[in-house]
Design a protein around this ligand. Sequence first.
Ligand SMILES: Cc1cc2nc3c(=O)[nH]c(=O)nc-3n(C[C@H](O)[C@H](O)[C@H](O)COP(=O)(O)OP(=O)(O)OC[C@H]3O[C@@H](n4cnc5c(N)ncnc54)[C@H](O)[C@@H]3O)c2cc1C
Length: 377
Amino acid sequence: MGGRVAGSISSFHAAREGLDVLMVEKNPEIGTPVQCAGGVSDTFFKSMKIKPLAQFTCSRIRGACIHAPSGASFLTDDPIIKGYIVERKIFDKYLAIRAAEQGTEIMLNTIAKDLIIKDGKVGGVIVKKDGQTFDICSDIVIAADGIQSKIARKAGLDTRFRVDEICSCAQSEMVGVNIKKEIMELYFGNRTAPGGYLWVFPKGEERANIGVGIRRRKWNAKSAQYYLKRFTSKLDATEIEFNIGAVPIGGPVKRTYTDGLMVVGDAAGQVDPLTGGGIHIAAECAKIAGEIASEAIEMGRADAEFLKRYEKRWYKRVGANIKRSLKYRKILNQLTDEDINKLVESLEGGELNLFSTSLLRFVKDYRNILRILKEIL
Ligand SMILES: Cc1cc2nc3c(=O)[nH]c(=O)nc-3n(C[C@H](O)[C@H](O)[C@H](O)COP(=O)(O)OP(=O)(O)OC[C@H]3O[C@@H](n4cnc5c(N)ncnc54)[C@H](O)[C@@H]3O)c2cc1C
């Protein structure tokens, strides 16, 4: 259920292993509306064995410039940053085409409304299409229906995210932006993006995705759109697309499988809690879900005991990275603007590896960070 990164990649792998796969998407077109800045690392392309084709890559990324509230900044070219900015509409469609070419059937304009439960086990979905409601029976359901996922919840999995674990985002694609080629710009600070950051991702000549992700601590706090407009109104640039969205940044949900069902991608909270990037993690977990579905059906075992392998395998693949990012996020949450200024100033013009000696030197000299680290680690 769901036809974007997690849906298409799990479908691709399940179909490649010989299963009959149906991918259901509620929207009439794969990939729209866009709710993403399109940053995809080299690791994704390497691991998924997908070529970064010119048809969906807008620009190459070789580094990131980190800006502190004081205006101080430093450039990092850490290898984990290298990648591309993709045009999600085209990229998502490419992933769906790839799945279809392996034999996945795709049903658009179709909403998964509920699950069919047989003998206490998920046995398919109830969908609504063109005003008609009907049953689709299946051995396994993969819930890849994003942050607002309802499907896994209907199977009894707790996939709710706490409000403070959700990053609200607003983004404009703009033309006429003064950008540095191949460099992502990331702005931190309470006045710019409380609890998150503002990004400028170059998409081509003077064109960029400019977005803000914030965590709202009070219901009446200012919206992500407010912070975005505050930044973009100072630019002499024209907006050609606007979108809003949300990312779960509290780490994965407690359980990602049950009898006859696996949950994948944003729906499972499989997102990097530090950056909010979810494409590469969703893809890794979706690949595993597709493969496990095939193994389960071959063995005639779609029960929870067997599908537990999915959770074990994805956790082995990306669990440590998510855990580490969660720790960094907790540190970042506690930094004041003054802390961020000091941190960035200590790295300004220094060596370019984000998590190495410069950082350790800073931690040693700056007691507030030591205190925070003691509390968290
Ligand atoms: C503003 C913003 C910027 C981001 N930027 C980046 C970035 O630069 N890099 C990065 O790696 N990540 C980024 N992310 C995160 C990334 O977009 C997600 O992690 C990723 O798209 C998750 O993919 P998914 O397939 O799990 O879920 P989704 O992309 O949310 O796809 C879920 C699909 O399920 C469909 N669906 C939902 N309910 C139903 C239903 N009941 N029946 C049928 N279909 C249904 C939806 O229509 C949708 O197509 C960003 C997120 C936001 C909001």
